[in-house]
Design a protein around this ligand. Structure first.
Ligand SMILES: C[S@@+](CC[C@H](N)C(=O)[O-])C[C@H]1O[C@@H](n2cnc3c(N)ncnc32)[C@H](O)[C@@H]1O
Length: 310
């Protein structure tokens, strides 16, 4: 006789607790939901229902992968970010909830620029003229670029005409995931994917400068990588390792800003919660005369480094 949902959850929670998961019951519920093709809330509400043989086999295999430390998102193949489901696999980092702060700040920044532009009668947000040029540097799964494009589209901004997004990554594999997510969310219009070290030497549109540069680059100190939860060991190291003080890639990007940004352009860069002082100091050193401020995420932790001229 097949086990009930309640029995399967109890056994899997025990297995995951013994394997060291910090959230064994939640992991079990989410994975069983995935295995039976139902939402976790359905699982929680129907403890007496039997688990079919195929679903039970899928669940067992998933629990073993999780017990070995693999993140739930890689096992299920997707992660929710900014209200959207992103395909994820070991080619790219799993987007983190705190990164939604960059998307929200970017959305506000782009909308402000569009509404402050001299309008062209009847042309909608932003009126005529050049599009607002945005770059998402180190796009990974495309989380920031795609979530921003979808949020703008929901406000009737026409991607391509009003806003373009250049999504870059040093990893061709990650760019493939980003492309898949952009297409999956019908958000590829006005978006370009370029393999580059930070930014291409010549920006698209004959080198036209960028209005808004977004980035969530690696910012974990090299010596802290080994202390991350085991799930992080399944993610690409190049997506995490920020060098000896964690600020290496961010410093390199700061150095590119004078040539890349328009005179009134802005960069919004994700930082670690412990970099609220060191990141603006790095910006002050790299970019004398510029302004660097830090904005918090929803948890109130330092998260977004905002950099502009003057
Ligand atoms: C922390 S992950 C962030 C991914 C995604 N933006 C997100 O928020 O989920 C950093 C990404 O930057 C990329 N990266 C690291 N160094 C880079 C560089 N020098 N130029 C371009 N991309 C880089 C990595 O491949 C990885 O995809």
């Amino acid at each position: 006789m097949s086990a009930t949902i309640g029995e399967a959850l109890a056994a899997a929670s025990e297995r995951l607790r013994a394997a060291g998961s910090e959230t064994p019951r939640l992991d079990a519920e989410v994975l069983l939901g995935w295995a039976v093709g139902a939402d976790r809330t359905v699982i929680v509400a129907h403890q007496e229902a039997p688990v079919g043989a195929d679903a039970a086999a899928r669940f067992e295999a998933a629990v073993e992968r999780r017990a070995a430390g693999e993140p739930v998102a890689y096992i299920r193949g997707f992660k929710e970010f900014h209200g959207l489901a992103f395909s994820v696999d070991p080619r790219s980092l799993i987007p983190r909830p705190e990164t939604e702060a960059i998307v929200d700040a970017a959305f506000a920044e782009v909308m402000r620029r569009l509404t402050e532009r001299p309008g062209e009668a009847g042309a909608g947000p932003g009126g005529g003229g050049d599009p607002i040029r945005v770059a998402d540097v180190g796009t990974g799964s495309g989380a920031i670029a795609v979530a921003l494009a979808v949020a703008l589209r929901n406000r009737r901004v026409t991607m391509g005409r009003h806003v373009t997004i250049l999504a870059t990554d040093a990893s061709a594999d990650a760019l493939d995931v980003a492309r898949e997510n952009a297409v999956g969310h019908a958000a590829a219009d006005g978006m370009r994917f370029v393999e580059a070290d930070l930014l291409p030497p010549v920006l698209p549109d004959d080198g036209a400068r960028l209005d808004v540069v977004l980035a969530n680059l690696p910012y974990v100190r090299s010596d802290a990588i080994a202390g991350l939860p085991i799930a992080a060991s399944f993610e690409p190291r190049d997506a995490l390792d920020g060098g000896p003080d964690g600020l290496g890639p961010i410093r390199s990007l700061l150095a590119r800003l004078p040539d890349a940004l328009t005179p009134d352009g802005v960069a919004l860069i994700e930082i670690g919660a412990d970099q609220g002082d060191s990141a603006p100091s790095a910006a002050a050193e790299s970019l004398p005369g510029w302004t660097a401020t830090v904005e918090p995420d929803l948890a109130g932790l330092p998260r977004v480094l905002r950099v502009r001229r003057g």
